[in-house]
Design a protein around this ligand. Structure first.
Ligand code: ADP
Length: 204
């Protein structure tokens, strides 16, 4: 986990209360964290859920693994250490989004329990609602889909440390929501996530 490097810094409190922000935004910020194998359907479901909720007037924003790795986290690879730092930074970003009153949907493989639990703790320590959603898909089905050809490359040894092939995916044991994309079609998966999040009393 990252160490505090800078010294002589002091947290500067704002003066806008949580209540004022909720009234201003018409909702409470939160983080919906999608975890699952590559090609399990995280990004596909996230953008569809975002579309539905935005159309209903909610403030929602997708944080996507590959997109973030092209910007904020472009200096990180896929070693265990870099994966941990990737997730730590996104945890901090999603916490900030939530603090601003936005529901962020974070789609990251996030294969290690310890990294996911650190994000959960960060949110809990700051009183931010956090919902872990396991976008579950059998390895067989994910490999069959292989929309980016990554499993094929990993099987051929062209990608090292690929989750599910030669790097572990530690399944969530107590996610708030469990979606099975190898059993339900996309429409059903999206409806289940929307129904879940609408039931969390975030939106006024
Ligand atoms: P991830 O973000 O988890 O890597 P993607 O969303 O990029 O996965 O890709 C998932 C692929 O699986 C897409 O091509 C999508 O159309 C397909 N797919 C098939 N069934 C489903 C489903 N029930 N839910 C989500 N995606 C599905």
């Amino acid at each position: 986990m990252a160490e505090q490097v800078a010294t002589n810094i002091t947290f500067h409190e704002g003066t806008v209360s949580a209540e004022e922000r909720i009234a201003n935004m018409g909702q409470k910020g939160a983080t919906l964290w999608f975890t699952g194998l590559s090609a399990s359907g995280k990004s596909t479901i996230a953008v569809a859920v975002e579309q539905v909720l935005v159309a209903r007037g909610h403030h929602v924003y997708c944080l996507d693994g590959d997109n973030i790795r092209m910007g904020l986290n472009k200096n990180l690879g896929f070693s265990a250490e870099d994966r941990a730092e990737n997730i730590r930074r996104i945890g901090e970003v999603s916490k900030l989004f939530a603090d601003a009153g936005v529901l962020s949907i974070a789609s990251f493989i996030s294969p290690y329990t310890v990294d996911r639990d650190a994000v959960r703790t960060l949110h809990a320590d700051n009183g931010v609602p956090y919902f872990e959603c396991y976008i579950d898909c059998s390895l067989e089905a994910a490999e069959e889909r292989d929309p980016k050809g990554l499993y094929k490359k990993a099987r051929a040894g062209e990608i090292k440390g690929f989750t599910g092939i030669d790097d572990p995916y530690e399944e969530p044991t107590t996610p708030e929501l469990h979606i099975k994309t190898h059993e339900d079609d996309l429409e059903t998966c999206v409806a289940k996530v929307v129904e879940f999040i609408e039931a969390q009393n975030l939106f006024g």
